[in-house]
Write a protein that binds this ligand. Structure first.
Ligand SMILES: NC(=O)c1ccc[n+]([C@@H]2O[C@H](COP(=O)([O-])OP(=O)(O)OC[C@H]3O[C@@H](n4cnc5c(N)ncnc54)[C@H](O)[C@@H]3O)[C@@H](O)[C@H]2O)c1
Length: 265
């Protein structure tokens, strides 16, 4: 792939985990990457890793819930006389509380980052992309947006809403050569997962993943690169589950079949 093909990519929450790996993968594909995050240390780390591989990146602090930050981050692309060709709405947070205890403050905190942040960044990106009749918007949903999980009142709802937002953008922006797709990752080993899953939860979850392992950041980054490719312009409004088969399974997803009795063990 050449640099021209992928153009300029802006990745939110690119200082850690999935976002960092995605920024690196896009740079390896030849994209010039605007690495954004609220963590200055994370930004520097990702930019350094991209440059060490011979890629091109610039770091920009961006809190996705702050419209002024968003404006500044998108303006950074002007340094390359370009607008952003690829937006990866990856920044996300999770607050775990039971439904009955969930506070409005906690709810708004998650919604502001996961949902409103994705909306504001996508809208800002699309306004530029329209001028060049080309763009790729990739939103990070989750299997938590497809299936409920204990404690995920705000997180799960925000990720389900991202699926709706993605379809909305796909419909209204498709005529302008701008595609919008979402990825629904299953459990991926990142700082976010380490902070929310106990060892017992991890042990319980593993048998429910048909491929028998947790995902890696690279698994998700590869899927982002597919959706960000100039060659996948007919893929629009799609929710790509990348979860080792987890969400495909139903009630009898664990255990084996007792063939003699025709029953599940
Ligand atoms: N790890 C998983 O198993 C998993 C599964 C499904 C979906 N996801 C989604 O993937 C995305 C990345 O998750 P991760 O596991 O790599 O998490 P992570 O915690 O490792 O990284 C998230 C990054 O977002 C940044 N961030 C937080 N608030 C921000 C804000 N207001 N503005 C900008 N950046 C902000 C953090 O500083 C961090 O660098 C999230 O949207 C998450 O919901 C993760």
């Amino acid at each position: 792939m050449t640099m021209k093909e992928y153009g300029v990519a802006l990745v939110t929450g690119a200082g850690s985990g999935i976002g960092q790996e995605t920024a690196i993968h896009l740079a390896e594909k030849g994209a010039r990457v605007i690495v954004t995050d609220i963590s200055e240390a994370g930004i520097s780390d990702t930019v350094r890793k991209i440059e060490a591989l011979g890629g091109v990146a610039l770091g920009q602090r961006l809190d996705v819930s702050d419209p002024d930050d968003i404006e500044a981050a998108f303006a950074a692309a002007e340094r390359w006389d370009k607008c952003v060709d690829i937006l990866v709405n990856n920044a996300g947070i999770v607050n775990i509380q039971t439904f009955l205890e969930f506070t409005a403050k906690s709810w708004h905190q998650v919604m502001d980052v996961n949902l409103t942040g994705s909306f504001l960044c996508a809208q800002r990106a699309a306004r530029d992309m329209i001028g060049q009749s080309y763009g790729r918007i990739i939103n990070m949903s989750s299997v938590s947006g497809l299936r409920a999980g204990v404690g995920r009142t705000a997180y799960g709802t925000s990720k389900a809403a991202i699926i709706g937002l993605t379809r909305q953008i796909a419909l209204e922006m498709g005529p302008y050569g701008i595609t919008a797709n979402a990825i629904a990752p299953g459990p991926i080993m990142t700082p976010l997962i380490e902070a929310t899953y106990s060892e017992e939860t991890i042990a319980r979850l593993l048998p429910m993943i048909p491929v028998g392992r947790f995902g890696s950041c690279s698994d998700i980054a590869e899927a982002v690169c597919y959706l960000a490719s100039p060659k996948t312009g007919y893929v629009n409004g799609e929710i790509l589950t990348v979860d080792g088969g987890y969400a495909s399974a139903g009630m009898t997803q664990t255990g084996t079949l007792d063939l003699a009795k025709g029953k599940n063990k």
